[in-house]
Design a protein around this ligand. Structure first.
Ligand SMILES: [Mg+2]
Length: 382
């Protein structure tokens, strides 16, 4: 059995899908993408293709090692995401060949369903209340939101209190039996994080994500995590277990590897085990498409320290296109008690609608992250 063909598909709203076909007609799918750099990752996949065609797809770990290390230059979002999508497709093929879901190959399910959260646009407290109500009506028991606009290095009392008001609106709408998490996208300076996070403590957020940019993991994040009782989450911009070592040393409580950025199912599974060694939980990042989500769910089902899964149904970035658009059977992601039930189909456990993918790829996309500026014209973190 050999890999015969590797194809990528740039599809709306901002995704890149990968299809690997073997010489005996099996097809595996992956999602190698960096949001806003999809075409760059597609080029990286094309450069790796000669190493894949003719290779034995069953040697997942050997291919992971070769693709990761043989180029000499390694790591970072582009290379690691290209390999992540390839790794997902190889696991999909492995499960399909054996007729079992991937989580069975990872040691079997340790839970029956995977709790998920939905996004709420956090622009003002009134939107927060409506957004939370809509998510609860969908059957979710947890939400996440950005609780600020651009923040300066030491922002005004109004900006600080605005964050607290949005979080308070979420807690009020949710009550005490449901959860909210706050994602700051690195918009706080360390000083702003230390000032603001203690004010949020009485509201008991599930976690606060990326209070500061990942570049500060070693220098400033340890003081931020030490300054608050709120569990700190990070990791969507960490691409390997080596990157995560710095985050764990900084005291994060929740590891958020993205299965499409951090070396795929193989490396995410290793990061989950690494998190166990410091008592941290796993909450994979996934504002992506259905293939990435299925890959996450497979890891979550088999990982004992799993906490909660991100998913992008109805996320404010995507109008018109949604996670379910590229699936032949969308019922696999129907929620039960706030979670996705065990995926039982072979491989990743989803059936990609290949016709829909090929048709959407004709249209493609040109999505880029927004560019934010402060009132004085200087660049702000988005
Ligand atoms: Mg995030």
């Amino acid at each position: 059995m050999r890999i015969a063909r590797v194809e990528t598909f740039l599809v709306p709203p901002r995704w890149l899908f990968l299809r690997i076909e073997t010489d005996d007609g099996l097809v595996g799918w992956g999602e190698p993408v960096v949001e806003g750099r999809a075409a760059t990752v597609a080029a990286a996949v094309r450069e790796l293709e000669p190493q894949l065609v003719g290779a034995d797809p069953r040697r997942i770990e050997d291919l992971w090692q070769q693709l990761t290390r043989s180029g000499f230059y390694r790591g970072g979002p582009v290379f690691s995401s290209a390999i992540a999508g390839i790794d997902q497709a190889l696991w999909d093929l492995a499960g399909k060949r054996l007729g079992v879901p991937v989580h069975e190959l990872l040691g079997g399910a340790v839970r029956d369903r995977v709790r998920v959260y939905g996004w709420v646009a956090g622009d003002d407290p009134a939107n927060v209340r409506d957004g939370v109500a809509a998510r609860l009506a969908q059957g979710l028991t947890a939400v996440k939101m950005n609780a600020s606009g651009p923040l300066t290095a030491i922002d005004s009392p109004a900006a600080v209190r605005g964050v607290v008001e949005r979080a308070a609106a979420a807690r009020e709408a949710l009550g005490d039996d449901a959860d909210f998490a706050l994602d700051f996208h690195g918009r706080f300076s360390p000083a702003m994080a230390r000032r603001t996070l203690p004010l949020l403590e009485p509201l008991l957020p599930l976690f606060v994500e990326e209070p500061v940019v990942p570049e500060l993991a070693a220098s400033a994040l340890p003081a931020v995590t030490a300054a608050t009782s709120i569990p700190i989450a990070a990791g969507e911009r960490a691409y390997s277990r080596w990157d995560f070592a710095a985050l764990f040393a900084a005291g994060i409580a929740v590891a958020q590897p993205d299965v499409s950025h951090a070396g795929g199912i193989s490396e995410t599974r290793r990061i989950a085990a690494q998190a166990e060694t410091v008592g941290a939980s796993l909450a994979p990042h996934c504002p992506l498409g259905p293939i990435a989500l299925a890959a996450c769910v497979q890891v979550d089902l088999a990982s004992t320290n799993f906490l909660i899964q991100e998913q992008s149904r109805g996320i404010h970035y995507n109008s018109q296109w949604d996670v379910l658009d590229y699936l032949a059977d969308t019922s696999v992601f129907d929620l039960v008690d706030g979670g996705i039930p065990r995926l039982e189909g072979p491989g990743l456990g989803i059936e990609v609608d290949e016709q829909a993918v090929r048709a959407a790829a004709e249209r493609g996309h040109d999505w880029h992250a927004p560019i934010w500026r402060h009132v004085d014209g200087s660049l702000a973190e988005w």
